[in-house]
Design a protein around this ligand. Structure first.
Ligand code: NAP
Length: 288
């Protein structure tokens, strides 16, 4: 894999998307002082991470507000902003209003990517039509979905305009590899990247024994990574995956930013893969 491919990949619409971003769930909710979280996001931007993933749901707008403060003063063309609409807002009645509120909180006039957060009560065809309208109006550059399994994706791509979906954001980490069985190869055939959420298994908390495992510890020691960097490197080792780890800490964000510069060897990847194998049959989508 050459350096350029390590840092960005091509979307179905031909544009490029950075492979590493910053998540924002729980940011702006007082877990740390706002200045500290803003400093963490800015450290990431200064280190070259352009993509920020947020949602109207996170802190009911507080995460988007925090991002808006963090990106103030940065050139818009150097940012890749992703936000998500609540399923119950993803139709004619509310999508436009939700989108405008997100843009307002972020202090921008467009999103680079807008995602349906998960499937809900609105017909998919209606959501697709609203997304396409938002693209036509220049409010979003492109759109995608989140928490869609293979059945959902098949249904989506069969709809008029559905093939314009640019990404499926789903849970994916070393300790949860079910998507490798069916969803990931199906998406890869169609050049639709996976945007991996919880790539660090929420600091290891989503899979008991992951961070402390002999395999993760060994690769960390040999590679000169922390265990969290190993988890991130594992996800980024898959060529069609974008990862959006979240941190409110400057030091951790800088640690994450350093990962694409130093990939795992294939042997290291295999070692981790053997310790935490993907299932050998389709499983339901893991969610958080
Ligand atoms: N579409 C969806 O339904 C959905 C669902 C969940 C998440 N997401 C998105 O995906 C993002 C990532 O998922 P997540 O936030 O749930 O979990 P995550 O990124 O897997 O893990 C976040 C945790 O890891 C810690 N951390 C980050 N970098 C670290 C490092 N280098 N060393 C040590 N600890 C580190 C963070 O703590 P510190 O703050 O102390 O660094 C935090 O506790 C979210 O923020 C959100 O944007 C989307």
């Amino acid at each position: 894999m050459d350096d350029a491919n390590k840092l960005q990949i091509e979307l179905p619409d031909g544009s490029l998307i950075p492979r590493l971003g910053m998540g924002t769930w729980y940011l702006g909710e007082g877990r740390r002082p706002q200045d500290v979280e803003i400093e963490a996001l800015r450290a990431g931007l200064d280190a070259g991470i352009q993509l920020i993933d947020t949602a109207e749901m996170y802190g009911e707008g507080e995460a988007e507000r925090l991002v808006g403060r963090a990106i103030a003063g940065y050139r818009r063309e150097n940012l890749y902003l992703v936000s998500k609409v609540y399923p119950h807002n993803a139709g004619r009645a509310h999508l436009r209003e939700s989108l405008e509120a997100s843009l307002d909180r972020l202090g921008t006039d467009h999103l680079d990517m807008y995602l349906l957060h998960w499937r809900g009560p609105v017909l998919l065809a209606e959501t697709v039509a609203c997304m396409q309208d938002a693209v036509s109006e220049g409010l979003i550059r492109r759109w995608g979905v989140s928490n869609f399994n293979l059945t959902d994706m098949r249904e989506l791509l069969a709809l008029d305009g559905g093939a314009n979906c640019c990404v499926d954001q789903v849970l994916y980490h070393l300790g949860s590899r079910g998507i490798e069985v069916d969803l990931m190869p199906w998406l890869a055939e169609r050049h639709i990247p996976v945007m991996a959420y919880c790539p660090l298994a929420q600091a290891g908390n989503l899979r008991h024994g992951l961070v402390d495992s002999a395999a993760v510890q060994k690769v960390a020691q040999e590679h000169g990574f922390t265990p969290m960097q190993v988890l991130l490197a594992f996800v980024l080792h898959q060529p069609s995956v974008i990862a959006i780890p979240r941190s409110g800490s400057r030091e951790h964000t800088l640690g994450n930013a350093a990962v694409p510069q130093s990939s795992l060897t294939d042997e290291e990847f295999e070692e981790l893969s053997r310790a935490f194998p993907a299932p050998n049959h389709p499983v339901s989508l893991d969610m958080e």
